[in-house]
Design a protein around this ligand. Structure first.
Ligand code: FAD
Length: 521
C-alpha cells in the first residue's frame, strides 16, 4: 500500500467529471504526483459536509501501487455445528435475540429461540391489515415478529456506542448476510426496509444451518423460578420447557413480560424515557434547508436528514429516528392504542421526511400521579398517551394530527397536509390534548428549531401523535455478569431490558448476553 489519505471533493467537481471514481483518481494522482495508471484505491470512509453552500464529500482512502493486491474485506464468522451442543434459550428474535443466537453458534452452544411473531414473509400480511383494515395483531405487527422492531424500520445503523470495534463486527455480520458493503464506509450507514427482510431471513437460515432452532408463533407466557433460579419457561400452548440459561430479549413493547415480572415480584426499575410526536415535512423543504438549494436537490445527493436538540424548561427536546425519504408507520402492538414511528426504503426516495420530536420524561419527577404503579409508572403513562391518541384519532389506526404552525400557535387545523401515513390522519387539537409537560415543551422546541433551520417551522408540515416508544420505560436490572440481580440464569437483554436504543446497540448487547450466558455454563 502506498498510503492512507483524506480527500475532500466538492459536489461541483464530481458533477464535472460525472463519476465519483474518476474524480477521486484524478485527485489522488495530483496529490501523489503519480499517473492514474500507477495506482488503485479503495474508499474506507465517506461523509457529506453540507454546512456551507459549497457541498463537499469527505473521503478516507487507501491507495495501492498497481499490481499490489488490495486489502480484501473478509467476513470470518466461526459458526460451528451446535446441533448436539448444550442449549441457551433466547426469548425474542429482534436484533438482540438474533445476534445472541449467532454468537451462540460461534461459542459452541445451541440457540433455541422462542419468538411470539411470524416469519418475515407472513408478517407482511399483518402489516397490511394494520395499514388498510386498522386491525392490530397482538403477536404480529411493526414491533413483533422475525427481526423484531428492526425489520420494518429505517435500518439506520447509527449508534452512539463508543465500542467501535464491536460496531464493525455487527456491520460485517450484516454484510455477511447480504447487506451492501457501503454500510462499512458510510458515515451514516442505512439499509432500508425493503432490504432488511432478506437479511433477517438469511440470519435465521444461518442459525438453522448450524443446528440452532427458531420457533415462530411461540409466545413465552410464564417463567418458573425455584430458589431464585429460572428453571423453565411456559409457552402459549402450555408446554413447559426446562431451561438453565435464558436470554430475555423481548424488546420495549413486550408489556406482558414487564407485567409478568412485576406480578412475580421480580425486581424491575422505572426508567426515564422520551415521548412526543412525529413531524412530517415534504422532503424538498428539508433538502432545500440542508443543501442551501431551491427546488429539487442535486441527484448526486441523498435525501437530506437533520438532527435537532434543545433544552426547554429543564428537559431535552430532540429529534429521534429521523427518516429522510420515508414513511410514518403505525407501530401499535395492541388494539385501542395509536403509536407512530418511521421507516424508509434503501433509496430514501419517498417525497416526505419524518422524524420523532420528543421530550425527555424524568419518571421520578414528572409523573407523580403514576407513583402507585411503582416500576411500571412510566409504562402506564405511555399507555395513557397512546389511548389518548387512539380516541382523538377516531378510535382506529387513523392518527391525530395538526399542522405544525397550528399546533405551536394553539388552533385547530381546518385541513391537513398530504401524508405518507397509510391509515390516514384526523385533525385533532394536540396542543390542548397532550399533557402540558410534553405539549408546552414541544411547542417551544419547534419554535427554536425553526430558527436553527430556516423553513422548518412551516404550515406545510404536519405533526402526528404519538411517538411514545422511543426506548424502554422499564429497566430489568442485571449484575456485572449480565444476570438479573436476583434470578440466576436469566439474562435481560437489548432494548427491553433498558440496555440498548437501536438496532446496532441491541445487536451488540445480544452478543454480550450470549457470551455471559455461555460463560456461566
Ligand atoms: P425488539 O426488536 O423489540 O425485538 C423483541 C422481539 O421479542 C420481538 O420480535 C417480539 O415479537 C419478541 N417477543 C416479545 N415478547 C415475547 C414473548 N413473550 N415471547 C416470545 N417473543 C417475544 N433502530 C435503529 O437503530 N435504526 C432505525 O432506523 C430504526 N427504525 C425503527 C423504525 C420502527 C418503525 C421501529 C418500530 C423501530 C425502529 N428502530 C430503529 C428501533 C429498533 O428497531 C429497536 O431498537 C431494536 O429492534 C431493539 O431490538 P431488541 O431485539 O432489543 O427488541
Amino acid at each position: 500500500m502506498v498510503r492512507n489519505m483524506q480527500l475532500r471533493v466538492s459536489l461541483k467537481e464530481v458533477e464535472e467529471v460525472k463519476e465519483e471514481k474518476g474524480v477521486l483518481q484524478l485527485k489522488i494522482a495530483h496529490r501523489l504526483g503519480l499517473s492514474v495508471t500507477e495506482f488503485n484505491f479503495k474508499i474506507l470512509r465517506k461523509s457529506i459536509d453540507a454546512r456551507k453552500p459549497t457541498i463537499y464529500f469527505n473521503y478516507k482512502l487507501a491507495v495501492y501501487k498497481k499490481g499490489e493486491a488490495l486489502d480484501k474485506t473478509e467476513y470470518k464468522f466461526d459458526y460451528r455445528d451446535v446441533s448436539k451442543a448444550k442449549p441457551i434459550h433466547i426469548i425474542g428474535f429482534g436484533p438482540a435475540g438474533m445476534w445472541a443466537a449467532l454468537r451462540c453458534l460461534e461459542l459452541g452452544y445451541k440457540p433455541i429461540v422462542f419468538e411470539r411473531g411470524k416469519n418475515v414473509q407472513d408478517r407482511r400480511r399483518d402489516l397490511k391489515a394494520i395499514n388498510q383494515d386498522h386491525v392490530v395483531g397482538e403477536d404480529s405487527n411493526y414491533c413483533f415478529g422475525e427481526g423484531g422492531a428492526g425489520t420494518y424500520s429505517d435500518g439506520k445503523l447509527y449508534t452512539r456506542s463508543l465500542k467501535r470495534g464491536d460496531v464493525r463486527r455487527i456491520f460485517e455480520s450484516l454484510v455477511h448476510h447480504g447487506a451492501k458493503e457501503d454500510i462499512l464506509i458510510d458515515a451514516h450507514p442505512h439499509i432500508g426496509t425493503n432490504k432488511l427482510p432478506k437479511i433477517v431471513q438469511n440470519m435465521r437460515e444461518t442459525i438453522l444451518k448450524y443446528g440452532g432452532e427458531v420457533h415462530f408463533n411461540t409466545r413465552v407466557t410464564d417463567f418458573i423460578i425455584k430458589n431464585n433460579r429460572i428453571v423453565s419457561v411456559i409457552l402459549q400452548n402450555q408446554n413447559e420447557v426446562p431451561v438453565t440459561r435464558v436470554v430475555l430479549a423481548t424488546g420495549h413493547s413486550a408489556r406482558d413480560i414487564f407485567e409478568l415480572l412485576h406480578k412475580k415480584k421480580i425486581t424491575l426499575e422505572a426508567k426515564s424515557f422520551a415521548m412526543g410526536v412525529r413531524v412530517e415535512h415534504p422532503q424538498e423543504i428539508i433538502d432545500n434547508i440542508q443543501y442551501h438549494c431551491s427546488g429539487q436537490r442535486n441527484e448526486l445527493l441523498p435525501a437530506a436528514s437533520y438532527s435537532l436538540v434543545e433544552q426547554v424548561k429543564g428537559r431535552g427536546v430532540y429529534s429521534f429516528c429521523m427518516c429522510p425519504g420515508g414513511f410514518i408507520v403505525p407501530a401499535a402492538t395492541a388494539p385501542g392504542e395509536v403509536v407512530v414511528n418511521g421507516m424508509s426504503p434503501s433509496k430514501r426516495n419517498n417525497q416526505f421526511a419524518n422524524s420523532g420530536i420528543v421530550v425527555e420524561i424524568n419518571v421520578n419527577q414528572d409523573i407523580p400521579k403514576y407513583e402507585r404503579f411503582e416500576a411500571l409508572k412510566g409504562l402506564e403513562y405511555q399507555k395513557d398517551l397512546e389511548r389518548l391518541a387512539f380516541t382523538s384519532g377516531g378510535r382506529s389506526q387513523t392518527a391525530p394530527a395538526q399542522r405544525l404552525t397550528d399546533f405551536v400557535e394553539g388552533r385547530i387545523s381546518n385541513d391537513l397536509n398530504p401524508t405518507s401515513y397509510q391509515p390516514g390522519l384526523k385533525s385533532a387539537p394536540l396542543h390542548s390534548l397532550l399533557p402540558k409537560l410534553i405539549g408546552s415543551r414541544l411547542r417551544a422546541g419547534f419554535k427554536v428549531f425553526g430558527k436553527k433551520m430556516h423553513g422548518y417551522y412551516t404550515a406545510e408540515a404536519n405533526i402526528v401523535g404519538v411517538e411514545s416508544r422511543t426506548s424502554s420505560p422499564v429497566t430489568i436490572p442485571r449484575n456485572k455478569n449480565l444476570e438479573h440481580i436476583e434470578i440466576r440464569g436469566l439474562f435481560p437483554c437489548g432494548e427491553g431490558g433498558g440496555y440498548a436504543g437501536g438496532i446496532v446497540s441491541a445487536a451488540m448487547d445480544g452478543e454480550r448476553c450470549a457470551e455471559a450466558a455461555a460463560a456461566g455454563i
